[in-house]
Design a protein around this ligand. Structure first.
Ligand SMILES: [Zn+2]
Length: 157
């Protein structure tokens, strides 16, 4: 499905968090994302900034390719729509929207927010890769729900 926005619990009732641009995702991935945003990311945004989430800048929903765009090797989870790349989390501000860039957080609070978001993603998804894991993931957070041999084996860097 093409996901334009997901409804989450905000400070004053339901809020719609938009995806820009709207990615094509497997239903199971959209459900995992909705759970994670509702249970973890939105509460963290409230806790760190006192603001609701407004949108996510994303890339790489469904896209038929191999891992890291290599010409050989295993097929990427992006090929099945079970993966998403997140470049920024934007918070609702009174004036201009306030993006928290995964690649370049502005200041300590944004850095700590991103660390907490990343840690929570490790519980919600099977694979989490981001800045510091390898060069291909220096500017975004990759999350996917690829099934591994055992439920307990997750890949989180
Ligand atoms: Zn990715």
């Amino acid at each position: 499905m093409r996901v334009a926005a997901l409804a989450l619990r905000g400070a004053d009732g339901s809020i719609a968090v938009a995806f820009e641009p709207p990615p094509l995702l497997a239903c199971a991935m959209a459900a995992s994302l909705a759970d994670w945003l509702d249970r973890s990311v939105q509460p963290l945004a409230r806790g760190y900034f006192g603001k609701d989430l407004m949108n996510l800048r994303v890339g790489g929903g469904q896209e038929c390719r191999r891992r890291n765009r290599a010409s050989a090797g295993p097929v990427s989870e992006h090929a099945t729509g079970k993966a998403l790349d997140i470049f920024a989390f934007t918070l609702k501000q009174d004036g201009a929207p306030n993006p928290v860039s995964v690649e370049k957080p502005a200041g300590l609070v944004q850095s700590r927010f991103l660390e907490a978001v990343r840690q929570s993603a490790c519980g919600a998804f099977m694979t989490v890769l981001g800045p510091g894991s390898d060069a291909a993931h220096a500017n975004h957070l990759h999350v996917d729900i690829q099934q591994r041999r055992s439920q307990a084996s997750r890949f989180c860097q």
